[in-house]
Design a protein around this ligand. Structure first.
Ligand code: KG4
Ligand code: ZN
Length: 339
């Protein structure tokens, strides 16, 4: 089954071609980071307009690189939500129109389901059931995953997402937007232990998180010290140490309490090297396995949407697109129906 995947929920235009027999044939991502950088955050209207400009050329490019003609497609999958309404509508309109014209199904996919299933594209895929840590710019959640569409929320952030905390702290340190990757690179040069930041909710006894207090603690630290290069790196390190320790502790607790042997880590923050090293060490100590998506599939992309579409289509009946559709800017993952 050959599925075209389209992702336009935020500031990346992602397109991919996935074949259920042969795997990922081609994928391409256009990042709008440079477009939004001067505003210090994503400007929704600019995001939508850029998706309009980029999407069709990317579709042509991916089809050419995947060696497939439009007529060969069995379905088009797209991100239905959650995300920016205008941005979602661009991907949904293109996907639904293509599918309508070709007389094939169009499948709306939950963005986080895409992230959650993305490690299935890796060389060493996880097996159901597993625990998943979703750590992106908009979400920090622990889920129990029993199969496609069978997701139970174990815990989540009560305020900021981990990626959001990385981005806000990066901004405090003058690293621009989105600062997560830059902050983590700086932290790798920082001295561990010079500053100590709180570990929010480490001992809360549940699987929830809170990251907004950490940002306030960084503000206090930054005000109290002249920000030379070494100090900035040390603050970045203290921040990353705190976030990583909390994420790892809650993952271990989630795997233990669920009684499962596999953990999947997905979403942009899953690209963080210190987090990966700490999770690998904890997994070795506690006797479970950790699966990550390939690095290039950690952040938003069309491949995870194409894969989720193919998996859902394998279970569900095939109905050709009808031309009527909607998007869901807000959408809870554990409200998803099984295919
Ligand atoms: O999953 P994603 O691409 O988009 C959302 O759906 O949010 O995640 C983006 C987030 C941003 O907050 C970005 O700063 C963060 O992931 N991020 C990182 C790293 N790479 C991306 N945070 C920490 N360390 C990284 N290496
Ligand atoms: Zn995402």
């Amino acid at each position: 089954m050959l599925v075209l995947g389209i992702e336009t929920s935020c500031d990346e235009t992602g397109v991919a071609l996935y074949d259920s027999a042969r795997g990922l044939l081609a994928h391409a991502v256009h990042s709008q980071t440079a477009l939004h950088a001067e505003y210090g955050g994503v400007v929704p209207e600019l995001a939508s307009r850029d998706h309009v400009r980029r999407l069709l050329p990317l579709v042509r490019d991916v089809l050419a690189r995947g060696g497939a003609r439009l007529e060969a497609l069995d379905a088009v999958a797209y991100t239905e939500g959650p995300g920016l309404a205008g941005a979602l509508l661009v991907g949904a309109s293109v996907a639904e129109s293509l599918a309508l014209g070709l007389g094939i199904p169009a499948i709306g996919i939950h963005h986080l389901e895409g992230h959650l299933l993305s490690p299935l594209l890796s060389r060493d895929p996880p097996r159901f059931p597993f625990v998943a840590l979703l750590v992106s710019g908009g979400h920090t959640q622990l889920m129990r995953v029993d199969g496609v569409g069978r997701y139970a929320l174990l815990g989540e952030t009560l305020d900021d997402a981990a990626g959001e905390a990385f981005d806000k702290t990066a901004q405090l340190l003058g690293l621009g937007y989105p600062g997560g990757p830059a902050l983590s690179a700086l932290a790798e040069r920082g001295r561990p232990g010079r500053f100590h930041l709180p570990r929010p909710m480490l001992a809360s006894g549940d699987l929830d998180f809170s990251f907004s207090g950490l940002k306030t603690a960084v503000v206090t630290l930054v005000r109290a010290h002249p920000l030379d290069d070494a100090t900035r790196a040390d603050v970045a390190r203290a921040f990353q140490d705190a976030v990583v320790e909390v994420l790892v502790a809650k993952c271990v607790a989630a795997v233990d309490s669920a009684g499962l042997g596999e953990l999947v880590v997905a979403g942009g923050v899953g690209a963080n090297r210190q987090l990966r090293a700490a999770l690998d060490a904890a997994a070795a100590r506690h006797g479970f396995r950790v699966h990550y998506p390939e690095l290039e599939l950690c952040t938003d992309n069309g491949a995870m949407i194409a894969l989720a579409g193919a998996l859902r289509l394998a279970h569900a009946g095939r109905r050709a697109a009808s031309g009527s559709f909607t998007v869901r800017p807000r959408w809870e993952l554990d409200s998803l129906a099984q295919p």
